[in-house]
Design a protein around this ligand. Structure first.
Ligand code: DON
Length: 561
């Protein structure tokens, strides 16, 4: 009976689709909200806003709190991207992506026969790019901050000293990575210890590094004592980052990608992330079809989304790279006529083969080792930020002295054209390695306006699956009228051109749907299907209150007031 009521009310919801926004099922607050991977980080960000700070102050606090509370992906030793929309409608973005060290060169991960050296761009010091996070948050604070840095950083430093309780999920992650961390750092490193759920981990070394940053700002990390220790440590372990690399690092303000989808205006990250350009292509290829009529996760909507993704990823991998180093034909790639032409050979009767779009055979890997947070303050300013070490605990290289992990972002470059990286992404010349170049990313921090007003703040980890997870979450709210929390929880699927496979999350896609797709010529990833993305998002409700969507796949939590 209960099921019947549920099904009927869901049906009614779908019928009312375009008239009435979905009833919220996530946390609702009146004024402000942070949704992030750990409750402690969301709470610090929210409290900063309760004390009168704006969304940018909260960004600095949340990003640094994640470095403490979520060492799996939160970081001082990595980088990220942030897109903002102020309550005035002004928009912008900052790129605090890592970059290649000065000594880097195109073939640095190849042996004398020209083959990629296994693990060299993924494990240990050789994989480390010049970190950008501290420069990013300090630049945001300088430009938009309203509270003194000490008000923002003191709670974070206090959290590092007091420590955090290990969650069930964290204990599992630490256990599954422990051996790899020990093999890079030896068995006296902090994370060689076995931590069980309920234990408290304190971070005194990280607290000290944060104190240096509080004292000296950006220079507290990129010059002086910390920079010296960091560069020496990385080089002693065989890596390439020098003090000069650190001194020269700068975060960069960028123009975000902006495009229309029906009455939405979608604002997302521009190169060196591929996120914005690729979701722009996907949405524009989907737009001519009435996807809401096909039904959520139905055969037809899976087909349409897959075919758009297939074509968009093929372009992503070939054309995109660091815009300061390569010319990207963005105008052409995002033009209506080009995208219309790209979908010309699509039919609902039969799958297009990726080999007809281009060629290559590779393995797919999905994971969720980056982290995203979404913020709206009581004035209506919005921040969408995704930050990463790349792999889980990055390169696994951990500075016990400074208290943080270092990224393995160098693997996001194309070490050799045509050879896939750890996400199965195949790169081309545009994303080859060069000194001081930024590696191409898939991170897609995004803000959506509806009828010119702030509507959604959304983003996720997930490597190559980030782009499709963000696009599906937006479609779930807008086309399928799910609440923010439902849209985040809904089962997801992914296709990235190569390998020519659709991956489905374990739950939520029936055997019938898969059989029908196979019959139309789609190939389905049959192995163990992992989670796709871990989305943290906020929806602005018609009365101006906020609904959080904190992904049930992790420890993610919305906090607000
Ligand atoms: O920038 C990128 O696209 C990747 N380094 C993101 C890595 C990521 O999301 C890891 N989690 N799956």
């Amino acid at each position: 009976m209960q099921r019947l009521i549920l099904v009927t009310s869901l049906l009614l919801l779908f019928i009312n689709c375009k008239q009435q926004p979905a009833i919220p099922t996530g946390l609702v607050t009146e004024n402000a909200m942070v949704v992030s991977a750990r409750e402690e980080a969301s709470r610090i960000g929210s409290e900063i806003m309760e004390k009168g700070g704006n969304a940018f102050d909260a960004m600095v606090a949340t990003e640094l709190a994640l470095a403490v509370a979520y060492p799996f992906a939160g970081n001082l030793g990595g980088g990220g991207f942030m897109v903002y929309r102020k309550n005035t409608g002004d928009i912008g973005a900052i790129d605090y992506r890592e970059k290649a060290p000065l000594s880097a060169h195109k073939d640095m991960y190849l042996d004398s026969l020209g083959n990629v050296v296994p693990d060299m761009s993924t494990v240990g010091a050789t994989a480390v790019g010049v970190p950008g996070t501290v420069a990013g948050v300090m630049e945001v604070h300088k430009k938009f901050g309203s509270l003194p840095l000490s008000d923002i950083m003191k709670p974070v430093i206090a959290l590092a000293k007091k420590g955090l309780i290990v969650t069930e999920k964290q204990a599992k992650r630490l256990e599954s990575y422990r051996e790899r961390i020990v093999s890079v750092n030896g068995d006296s490193t902090k994370f060689a210890n076995v931590y069980k759920a309920g234990d408290t981990i304190k971070y005194p070394a990280l607290a000290k590094t944060l104190e240096k940053i509080l004292e000296k700002g950006r220079d507290g990390f990129y010059t002086g004592e910390v920079a010296k220790k960091l560069a020496t440590f990385i080089q002693e372990k065989g890596g390439f980052v020098t003090e000069e690399d650190l001194t020269k690092y700068e975060a960069k303000w960028r123009q975000p990608i902006v495009f229309k989808y029906k009455d939405l205006s979608i604002i997302s990250m521009s190169p060196p992330s591929s996120g914005g350009a690729t979701i722009n292509q996907i949405f524009k290829m989907v737009e001519p079809y009435n996807i809401s009529e096909y039904g959520h996760n139905s055969v037809k909507s899976v087909q349409l989304f897959t075919e758009a993704s297939r074509r968009a990823y093929a372009d992503r991998n070939y054309f995109l790279g660091d815009p300061d180093f390569v010319d990207i034909p963005l105008g052409e790639l995002l033009s209506d006529s080009y995208l219309k032409e790209r979908m010309k050979n699509f039919s609902f009767d039969k799958a297009t083969l990726s080999s007809d779009v281009s060629h290559g055979e590779v393995e797919i890997v999905e994971s969720s080792e980056t982290t995203h947070y979404s913020i709206i303050d009581s004035e209506g300013n919005a921040v969408s930020a995704t930050t990463t070490l790349n792999g889980g605990y990055g390169s696994k290289l951990y500075s016990d002295e400074l208290g943080f992990f270092l990224n393995n972002e160098m693997d996001d470059f194309s070490a050799k054209p045509g050879i896939p990286n750890m996400f199965g992404l195949i790169g081309a010349e545009a994303n080859s390695i060069a000194p001081e170049k930024r590696m191409l990313s898939s991170m897609t921090p995004t803000i959506v306006e509806k009828d010119g007003k702030l509507f959604l703040v959304v983003g996720t980890p997930g490597g190559s699956t980030i782009i499709t997870a963000v696009a599906q979450t937006i479609l779930n709210v807008y086309e399928f009228n799910l609440s923010m929390q439902e849209a985040v929880n809904a089962p997801r699927f992914h296709h990235q051109w190569l390998p020519d496979l659709i991956s489905f999350e374990e739950e939520g896609f029936s055997d019938e749907i898969k059989a029908e797709l196979k019959q139309k010529g789609y190939k389905i990833h049959e192995g163990r299907n992992r989670i796709i993305g871990k989305v943290d998002a906020i929806r602005v409700l018609p009365d101006g209150s906020l609904e959080g969507g904190a992904d049930k796949r992790g420890d993610d939590t919305a906090v607000g007031f």
